[in-house]
Design a protein around this ligand. Structure first.
Ligand code: ADP
Ligand code: MG
Length: 269
């Protein structure tokens, strides 16, 4: 992919210098430059760089183990990168605590949903925004403006009637919707979704895609890890491809699908 289409983000794949430049551009929501992260002998990320254009629905794809979730963890403060920088709206956030990063406008969902099963649906809405531990959650009350917002978001994702039910009684798909709703509590600049369609039936996948589209129309930027290619191709542009801990390609869905480098990465693993 030498000639990137106009729809692609403003940086070439994988260059830390381009990501640093993008970080200073007001049209960039999130930039990651030159991140390394290893776990003992496993190098999960190597000089990983990318930029997400404000207002885009950007996909992050790549074979299993290519470092996508680790990158989300480095962006959101769950892991501290060994090297490199993360910027939101040009502000460096590397090494900040997850609770600070939430309030700087970065919200996320998890590949394996994180729901407190014994708490109600409504109570679960404040978990990500307050970065609560289970013990803190027992003493936290949801009221006032926060409660109004939680109720409105539950209405948005169609869970309003279930708000007083135990979250553990929700179906897997409803738990995904709950996580999506909760990720919107802090009026985020950007939302990172880790495999939102994973394990869902086609009806639920279409539902999630519809919500993402609608939220994007209201100005929310998305970076979405997803293996469901139908979901990615219909919803996302550009698509960023990772392989072995680094970005190997980036472009429109059509360009990425035909890119020999991308095909090699998938077939090789
Ligand atoms: P992906 O989300 O693209 O499937 P991951 O980021 O989960 O990939 O994993 C990338 C690599 O890092 C894998 O080899 C994985 O085993 C390793 N890894 C991720 N998290 C940890 C961790 N907490 N401890 C040790 N190894 C990890
Ligand atoms: Mg993952």
């Amino acid at each position: 992919m030498t000639a990137l289409p106009a729809s692609a983000a403003a940086v070439g794949p994988g260059s830390a210098a381009d990501a640093e430049m993008a970080a200073r551009d007001p049209s960039t929501s999130l930039a990651v430059s030159g991140i390394d992260k290893s776990f003992g002998g496993i190098q999960a990320l190597t000089d990983c760089s990318l930029a997400v254009r404000k207002g885009s629905i950007t996909a992050l794809i790549g074979p299993n183990g290519s470092g996508k979730t680790t990158l989300f963890n480095c962006i959101t403060g769950f892991y501290e990168p060994d090297r490199g920088r993360v910027y939101v709206r040009g502000v460096p956030i590397t090494g900040r605590r997850p609770s600070d990063i939430v309030h700087l406008g970065v919200m996320r969902t998890f590949q394996v949903t994180r729901i407190f099963r014994r708490m109600t649906v409504l109570e679960n809405m404040i978990v990500p925004v307050r970065q609560l531990t289970l013990r803190a959650l027992f003493t936290a009350a949801i009221k006032g403006h926060e409660r109004d917002r939680a109720e409105a978001l539950l209405e948005f994702v169609g869970l309003q009637d279930l708000r007083h039910e135990q979250a553990g009684s929700l179906s897997f798909g409803q738990q995904k919707l709950l996580e999506l709703g909760a990720a919107l509590m802090a009026e985020p600049e950007i939302v990172l979704l880790d495999e939102p369609a994973g394990g869902l039936n086609p009806v639920m996948i279409e539902k999630i895609a519809g919500y993402v589209r609608e939220l994007n129309g209201r100005g929310v930027t998305f970076l979405i890890i997803e293996h469901n290619m139908g979901f990615v191709m219909n919803l996302c542009d550009p698509v960023i491809v990772m392989h072995r801990g680094t970005v190997i390609a980036q472009g429109s869905p059509a360009a990425v699908r035909e890119d020999p480098i991308v095909l090699d990465a998938y077939l090789g693993d």
